[in-house]
Structures are given as structure tokens and as C-alpha cells.
Design a protein around this ligand. Sequence first.
Ligand code: ADP
Ligand code: MG
Length: 594
Amino acid sequence: MLARILRIPSWLLPLVLGALLIAAPWLGISAGTRRLLLLTCVLALVASGLNLSFGYTGELALGQTAMYATGAYLTGYLAINWVNDLALLILVAAVAALLVGLVSGVPGLRLGGWSLAMTSFFLVLLVPQFLDLLERFTGGAVGLVGIPAPELFGSRLGPLGFYVVVAVLTVAWFALIRNLITSRHGVAFQVLRESPVLASSLGISVYRMKLTAYAVGAIPAGIAGGLFAYVDKYLSPHSFGFTMAVTVLAASILGGAKSVYGPLVGAAVMQYGPLRSTDFEQYAQIVYGIFLIIAGTLVANGLAGLANQAIRRLRARYAPPEEIPRSTDPGELPPLTGARLEVSDVQKSFGGLRALGGVSLTAEPGRITALIGPNGSGKTTLLNMICGYYRTDAGTIRVGEQDITGAATHKVARTGVARTFQTPLFPEHITVREAVAAGVYMPHYVGMPSSILRLPNYRRAAAADRADVDAVLRLVGVTHLADTEAASLPLGTRRMLEVARALVSRPKVLLLDEVASGLDTDEIERLADLVRAIRDAGTAVILVEHNFGLVLSLADTIYVLAQGELVATGTPAEIQTHPRVLAEYLGVSQEAKA
Ligand code: ADP
Ligand code: MG
């Protein structure tokens, strides 16, 4: 019985709860409870926007309160002075909030770092001043009074009708957000939170993606504001101050910032708990502050995180997934073409430290070019220069006919340069299949609207991606792990997954940074076969590696770097006997050999 319940698909429960939320008035709830549910929906919508930018992309931004205020006052004012049509005004509120999101997000995100947190924080602090300044429209400190009861398409909505509209909109929003988060855009958000370096190396523009998350997150705040204007038909600046910003943050963190439905839980707890009491207001900020510190340290993933963890444990115990046999079917390599990589006289200094002093290197398609050298000799730095993560001080880098010197990382990725990292990078809570699929963010890109609405072109692209990804998973021999959390796997498997992720983007140039370190002999053998297959398919492979034996067996050409300078170049046979390599890199002195 329990096993049966634990096996129901994960979308079913939210669907049932959503239907219950909409049908609540017919289940004999009081008018007071209905109002609390209304306010829960409103707060959940605002917090859901925060989850997108803060929870999913990892950019702390508190501007949602400003967007919420924009939606509320605009709707209130227009309902009094223009037309009182709920559908139209909610649309206006959503668009206005989106604009506020874009305008307030651009400068903060352009500057990077903590700038958006700061600018959005100040934006929220300024809301009451703005409302005062625009007193003619907002009623200033007195508030905006006389908002009429809502009308929808010409007919008046009673309290019941209004409740149903709010509940339906809320359920619809959460369904769309779920689609967004489970699409490749959602995975891209999470990749971004894990590591901007990783995200850009997969072709994701960090700036655009963060702005998108922040701006899309503005939409539910605007809608919530519009709805809130009709709840009491009165708006006061008190509802939009710093306390509101902290309330939203508390609802998000309590419910689970990295979860789709968490804000509903967080908002319900806030509405039924602290926000209910009117005496509470004067202590609100202190209580929230303490609460946020406790919640932030104890339940990092909020109530939704706790629930997920409990379900996962119960599943593992009472309804373990059926054992998927390890596939013996060797998957196929995706069709690959290569491009020549040419690094000419590239220099890079970090402060006074000269990391690369004029390095030139050519990697031919269909060849493995190894780059070896002691720790700190500049190998990773050179890969970072090729990827556009660091700017060159001098020199040029070309891929095929294209000059990529100074191009942004995500643009370099889009020319067909893929890489793996010295420390494998995988976001938490992402399955192996999703993690590997993240590698194809750019080639057949389907827009966010299609993804959210699951239009036919999204379904087609998703099916094609899935087939590609499954083939690569077979190739790498991890089909049986497809639904396991990638970040929880052993190092050896994660290294193979990084190669798999790079492969699905069909790289022309593949950069492997210390890809064999930490692997056992079997794994190294499998990896070597895979790298040879990629080479034979035509990709230019650059292999940075410490395992000298592996390098000798794999490489067609070897470059030896020491203290940022090339000391030798040649075939494995030449390098193996090169006196300087023996002396400097392998630590064998000439006399010892003699
Ligand atoms: P390798 O990968 O060959 O072990 P790296 O390329 O990581 O070496 O490092 C080369 C040198 O550049 C080292 O001395 C390292 O400390 C320095 N370095 C690398 N990245 C940075 C950075 N972002 N800032 C300052 N120094 C750096
Ligand atoms: Mg390195």
C-alpha cells in the first residue's frame, strides 16, 4: 500500500492540491479562511518570483516588493479612473512589473557581484517615498481608497468568483513555473547557480540568463499586486515597505527557495501564523530576522526540501526503483566534425605573476594534442584563455576560420568549444540525464515561451535531445544511473559524465582538464577508449593530463609547459626521450640517467 502511494507520479499531488485550492469555497470554509487563502495565493505568487532569481539562479534580489507595489497601485488607480476589467488590468500589471524588473535589473546585473542585491534593496526602501511622491495617483500616506469590486468581461465578480479567479491564476502560474524549471532553461538556471563558469562554458550567457530569471520573476509579483488591490479594495503604503520584502524572503526560504511549490507552503505558514495577528506588526522585523537566521542555517532547503528528502528516503526504503541492468549496448557517438584550434603567442599575467609567457599551440581536428607540465605551469590557465574565461594580454586564438580572441565564454562555447573541469561541476538535485542534457543548451534552442507552454516544437526538440542524451549515456556506460542525482555520484563517474555532457554539444574542439585524475585503472581504460573514439570521429581533442603513461598512449602531439613557457613539442616518442622534459618535468637529471 505504502509502496503504491510512494510510486504515484510526482505531478499528481500538486494537481490534486491545486484542484482543492480552487474548490475550497465549496468545501465549507469560512469567509475568514477564504481571505487567508487569497492572501496566501498573493504572497505565494510574489515569493515564487523570488525563487526564480534567488533560489534557482542564485542571485539575491529583493525587488519583487517594488514590482508588487507597481502592480497593485496601477491596477487600483486604473480600476478607479479607467476601466475596471480584471483580466485587462492584471495583464497591464504583469507587463508593468516586467518593465520594472528589466529596468531595475539591468544596471545591477551589468555590474555583477552583489550589485543587484544592493540596487534592488534600495529600490524596495524607496517604494514608500515613491508612493508619497506620486500622491496624486496613490493617495500618499492616506492610501488609495475607493477601488471598485472587480469585473470580468463586463460582469461583476462576487467574492466567490474573485476567489476562484485568484486560485485559478495561482495554480496556472505554478504549473507554468514547473514546466519552466523542468525544461532545459530551468536546468540552465540551476547550472548558473552552481557555477557561472560552468554555465558560460555550456553556451549560456550569464548576464542574459540572470536578467531573464529576474524579469520573469517580476511577472507573478505584478499579478499578485493586481489581485491584492481587489482584496480589500484599499491600498496603503504599509503593505509595501521593507517588512513586505522580508516577509517575501521569509516565505521563500521557509517554503524552500530551490523548489517550485515551496512558496505556497511558505506563504500559507506565514499567513496562518505570524501575519494573522495584528499585534505582530511592530515585532515583525525582529521576529523575521531571527527566524531567517535560524531557518537559513537549520533547514537550508525549506519545508519543501524536508518533504522531498522524506519522500526520497521513504521511496528508497519501501519502494526502491527497479534495478535497471547495466546496458551492454554500446551507444553511438553523435556525429562530430572538428575544427583546428590555433593559439598564437598568448600571454597572461595575474598581477605580477606571469602565468603564460607567449605560448603557441596548434590542435588539429581528428588528433589528440596533449598539454603536460608540472603543477602551476599554466595548463588550466591556457584552457581558460581558450574558453574566453580570461582575456589574453597579448596573442590570438582561432577556432577554424573564426578569431575568438577576447570573445565571451558563452560565445566561444557556441563556436563549438566544449570543456571538462579539473573539479567536476554538477548542480545539486539534478539527475544524470538532466545534467548531461544541460550540455545542449545552444544547438537546437527552443525559446522559453514554447518550453513553458510545452508547444509542439518544444516536445520535438525535447524528444530529439533525449535520444541524443540516451545514446551518449549508453556510450559512457551510465544508462542505469540516468535518474540518479549527478552530484551524489563518485568522482570517477562524474568525470565520465563531464565528458558525456561535453559530447552532447557535438564539440569541434574538446578541452579535457585532468580528466583521468582520481579514476581507477578500469575507468581510465574506458575513458581512453572514449577519447580515442571522439578523436576518430573528427574532433580536435586537447588533453591536459598528469598521467604520463596515459598521455603517451593517447596523444598524437605533446606540448610541454613549464612556468608558463613551452619547453618542448613533439610526438610521444620524441617527448619520452627529450632531455629537457626528462630533467624538468619528470625530474630525471641528466647525470642520473647517464
Ligand atoms: P596548472 O593547471 O598547470 O597546474 P594553472 O594554470 O592553474 O596551472 O596556474 C598557473 C599559475 O597561474 C599558477 O601560479 C596559479 O597560481 C596562477 N593563477 C591561475 N589562475 C589565477 C588567478 N585567477 N589569479 C591569480 N593567479 C592565478
Ligand atoms: Mg590545472
